[in-house]
Structure formats: structure tokens, C-alpha cells
Ligand binder design. Structure first.
Ligand SMILES: [Zn+2]
Length: 388
């Protein structure tokens, strides 16, 4: 397969107080009557600027509070409200789950990739434009076509791919600068892995999340994300601690959101995300449940050890993580008890993850034990990572 594919949102807007000019960007897209799905935690920060601006332009909108989890039921509820109100877009304003729900509820159809073979869902959402307003910079999913769905008990259930990327991703850096520092740093962990995973996928010619081979552009964007983090990461964290929008925070928001988003979807995922995904079932055993980007930060150290990367690169990544407070061991992540049995269980699960197929030594089909990768090698990397 030689086809390269690259996908993008139609419009990306970033800057301090851009919420107060949202109508201008909606007008460009021909949107005049949106439904705004909003996380109750950000109503104070976000509702008024949106309401004021749309009101001044005589644009009608309705606000709908997000229920707290991206479940099938929540997607269906948002879809119904959108259709009943005759809205022409769903704006999602909040954290990852609010945004996931909005992407799914706005989409006309989707592919459910959590079942084998993937299942086509013809009438998942309302079939209107999708606008994403991330209020924390903790993950890179807002630019993408992927939506995570959870069951009623809050456990991960499946991943959906909607046909198109959002019509617009709008990031108000004033809102981000006031968000918890931990979320911002976790986003750096997610973005830190993007280049190394894309580099691996490029070398092994692995299929990316976009469904084709990687473009040179995707690798360049992922590389830029890494450079921005190394150059501006620590200062950006300090600006976030001070609650101010400075040039470093602006640069890292772009790395965490736009570059990491385009980078992972078009560059590909690999061992770092396989480890992070396989840590999720252990979440109850941590002192505080780790965030996605924190698990990816640990995962990238394991990834680099598995690839036997040069010491200079490994030390650069570790030094960066230490400087901003990203975890590089399970101990840092707050795992209460670390035994060989736990490391083995994690290694075994990771060896079965489809994401690890993009690693150089991976098999493309499951072996007789249901694995893509030698679990002994992963176990050794996990043991070595813990010595840091
Ligand atoms: Zn990620």
C-alpha cells in the first residue's frame, strides 16, 4: 500500500480572548444557529463571552450542559436536542469528554473501530458542523476524527472514527492560562511522544490513524511539536502557574493541540500509546488516577528503551520530563505497589495492543499466544525504566 493520507480540521483559531470574536469565525463557515454543549465547570469562564458576541451579531444559540461522560446515551441526547432545535452546528466547550461527545453528536455517521470487523454506523449524529473549543490543553484529540465512548460505569468502551475532522478548533489561550497546571503539563506529555511515534511509524511504513502512509508534512509537524516543547515547555508551565498568556504558553498550546493533534492522526501511534492504553486497567492501583498525557509520558520512555535509542536522546527526554514534572517511572505515576508480576502483566497486555504493531520488531499478525511483540523485551524495558 503506497497511498499517503493527511487530514486536517478546516479552521484553527488560537489566541487570548478569541471566544469574544467567535461569531466572526462561525460566519466564515456559514454557521448562524449553533447548539453549544458546555461543561458546567467552564460555564463561568466561557458562556458570557460567547453569548455576548453571538447576541451582538443577532445570532441565535442554545446552551446545553454536558452530562459528564461521553456515553452512547449522551451522544443521542445531544443529537436529539440539535435536531429538535434546528441547529446548524454543535459547538463543544470543555475537556476531552465534552469534545468527544460533540464530535460524535455532530457527525452524520461513524465507524465503530472497537469491534472486529469495524462496524459502520449510518445515523450516529445530527450531521451538522462540528466546532471544538478545548478549555484545557491536556490532550490532542480536538483536531481529530477519533471519539472515545465510555460505558455507563465510566469505563472505556470503544473508539469511533467520524468521516471528517472538525470544521473549526478554537482555542482561547486566556481560558487555558487559568486552567489547572497539571492538565497543561499532561498535554506536554502527550505531545512529547508524537514525534517519536511518528518517526517510528515512518520508518516501519505503518498505517497512520488517518488510514494511509505518513506524509513528510506530518513528520515535520510532529518534529516541530517536539522542538517547541524543548524550547518553551518550562517557561510555558511557569506562565500557566502565573495565569498569564505569554509567548511560551502560546507556543506550547499550539504544540499540545494543533501540532500534536495533526502529528498523531497523520503520523501514527506506537509503543508509547500502547503502554499508556494498557495502563488504564491499572488505574485503581494509583494513588491518584493518572491523566492520559502522564501515562504517555511514561510510555515514551519505555518506547525509547524498546527502540534502543541513543543515550543523548533518552537523556534529553528524561531531562525535559524532570524539568516540567512529567512522570518517567511507574513510581512517579504513583503506582502504590510495583512488583515484577505487575510489570509482567503490563508487558503482556502491551504485547497484545494493535498499536505496538508499528514498532520495528513487531509482528503484523497475532502469534499463537495472541501477541504482536515479544513480552520479555517489554518487561525488560519496564524494569529498566523503573531504575531512573
Ligand atoms: Zn495521546
Amino acid at each position: 500500500m503506497e497511498t499517503k493520507i493527511m487530514v486536517f480540521p478546516h479552521r484553527y483559531v488560537q489566541g487570548p480572548d478569541v471566544l469574544s470574536s467567535i461569531s466572526e469565525h462561525l460566519s466564515v463557515l456559514g454557521i448562524s444557529h449553533p447548539l453549544v454543549l458546555i461543561d458546567p465547570a467552564v460555564i463561568d469562564a466561557c458562556r458570557k463571552p460567547i453569548e455576548n458576541d453571538l447576541g451582538q451579531q443577532d445570532m441565535q444559540c442554545r446552551f446545553l450542559s454536558f452530562n459528564g461522560d461521553s456515553t452512547w446515551a449522551e451522544v443521542a441526547r445531544v443529537k436529539e436536542v440539535c435536531i429538535d432545535g434546528g441547529h446548524d452546528a454543535i459547538i463543544s466547550c470543555g475537556g476531552g469528554k465534552t469534545l468527544d461527545t460533540g464530535r460524535a453528536a455532530a457527525a452524520g455517521s461513524a465507524m465503530n473501530c472497537g469491534v472486529v470487523p469495524p462496524e459502520s454506523m449510518g445515523d450516529l449524529g445530527a450531521g451538522v458542523a462540528c466546532i471544538q473549543i478545548p478549555t484545557i490543553a491536556s490532550t490532542d484529540a480536538s483536531t481529530s476524527r477519533a471519539c472515545l465512548i465510555y460505558n455507563d460505569k465510566g469505563a472505556f468502551e470503544t473508539v469511533l472514527f467520524v468521516p471528517t475532522n472538525p470544521a473549526m478548533v478554537l482555542v482561547d489561550t486566556l481560558v487555558i492560562s487559568k486552567a489547572p497546571v497539571r492538565t497543561f503539563v499532561a498535554g506536554m506529555g502527550d505531545a512529547l511522544a508524537t514525534y517519536f511515534e511518528a518517526d517510528t511509524c515512518g520508518r516501519t511504513r505503518a498505517m497512520t490513524v488517518a488510514g494511509g502512509l505518513q506524509t513528510h508534512a506530518a513528520l515535520a509537524l510532529a518534529s516541530l511539536a517536539f522542538d517547541l516543547l524543548i524550547t518553551h515547555g518550562l517557561k510555558a508551565k511557569q506562565e500557566n502557574e502565573a495565569g498569564v498568556v505569554g509567548p511560551a504558553l502560546e507556543a506550547v498550546v499550539e504544540a499540545n493541540t494543533l501540532l500534536s493533534g495533526l502529528g498523531f492522526e497523520n503520523g501514527g501511534l506506537s509503543a508509547a500509546h500502547a503502554v499508556a492504553e494498557c495502563l488504564t486497567p491499572f488505574k485503581d492501583q494509583f494513588d491518584v488516577p493518572p491523566m492520559h498525557g502522564e501515562m504517555v509520558s511514561y510510555g515514551i520512555v519505555v518506547h525509547l528503551l524498546l527502540e534502543d535509542k541513543d543515550l543523548k536522546t533518552l537523556n534529553q527526554v528524561i531531562a525535559f520530563c524532570r524539568s516540567v514534572g512529567l512522570p518517567i517511572t511507574l513510581k512517579d505515576l504513583g503506582l502504590a505497589e510495583i512488583s515484577d508480576q505487575i510489570l509482567w502483566d503490563l508487558a503482556n497486555e502491551t504485547s497484545k495492543s494493535p498499536l505496538i504493531r508499528s514498532m520495528p520488531d513487531a509482528g503484523q499478525a497475532l502469534d499463537d499466544d495472541g501477541r504482536f511483540y515479544d513480552p520479555d523485551n517489554i518487561f525488560h524495558a519496564l524494569k529498566t525504566a523503573e531504575t531512573r
